[in-house]
Design a protein around this ligand. Sequence first.
Ligand code: DP6
Length: 351
Amino acid sequence: MGRQMTCTAPVNIAVIKYWGKRDPTLILPTNSSLSVTLSQDDLHSRTTVSIAPEYDQDRMWLNGIECPVSSNIRLVNCLQAAREQRKAMEAADSSLPSWSTWGIRIASVNNFPTAAGLASSASGYACLVYTLAQVLELPLTPSQLSRYARLGSGSACRSILGGFVGWEMGKLANGEDSLAYQVAPETHWSELEALILVVNDAKKDTSSTVGMQTTVKTSTLAQHRFASVVAERMQQMEQAIQDRNFEQFAKITMQDSNQFHAICLDTYPPIFYLNDTSRTIIRIVTTINELCPEIQAAYTFDAGPNAVIYAPKQHMPRLIQLFTYFFPAAHPLPSEEFFNDPYHCVPTGVT
Ligand code: DP6
């Protein structure tokens, strides 16, 4: 008889971006970062993990398609870290069943486009390690669990926690202090909402992993960012969140998105994630902020052209009206069933 568990994990969207690794194997970043974890009701990964003594090898399916496990070093590292902890528990207490020796099967689906710069690896790996820890009964705090998620994808460590979440870059070479922590729970600032503008849901051209390694190697602007910009911004951003100061939150969010895309451009050869539509969105937000007596909205873009707009709840209806005016739907929106069917996503593999 085996054991099985299914969990969901949400996406997080960074307002201080992580871009650069000082250790690509342990996924240790070159700077701290901070994000907002979105509601589970929206974009999420749903993962089932089962373990059984008769499973002769570990297997994984993503959006219904089997992906080889042994060649996916990040996945192997996550499974190994969890198994090793379980093994140590079993060695210390002989009454515990030997689940560490059982094979693992994983089935994961995203209810949104995979690998299109919408943080699918963040929710995917967070969900995987969380579910695995439940199945193996690992006694871990969310912060400790974030270390395992980080081995799968850097940004995944922040999806383990809800609300406003920081990822401390840490100093140690073994990564033990490179952990996620909660800055404030979601309830602290529930008027803040996020609107996702899907500009393009195709798989991104340059994966985050490859892109950030080239940036670290070639961008001098990135070195300036790591050494002189992010630490102060982290403090200012944490303060803005504590004070629910949208003006400050929005300004830092937009500046940090701009700087992230600037270091992509400063990378050699350059990386372009924004397109003309993204730049029009930037112009719309900037113009409306200039025209209104107080700042209305903040944009941020990850490794793709899609925008996330943060705004106080009371401004959202007007913003949605504005974006629909500038970008009217070219064809009727798909039915609700389409959105509820996670298998419509293109299976592209975890990046
Ligand atoms: C632009 O976490 O996807 O979204 O650690 O190589 O898996 P890996 O990269 P990933 O990078 C995310 C980069 C970002 C910014 C952010 O989320 O902080």
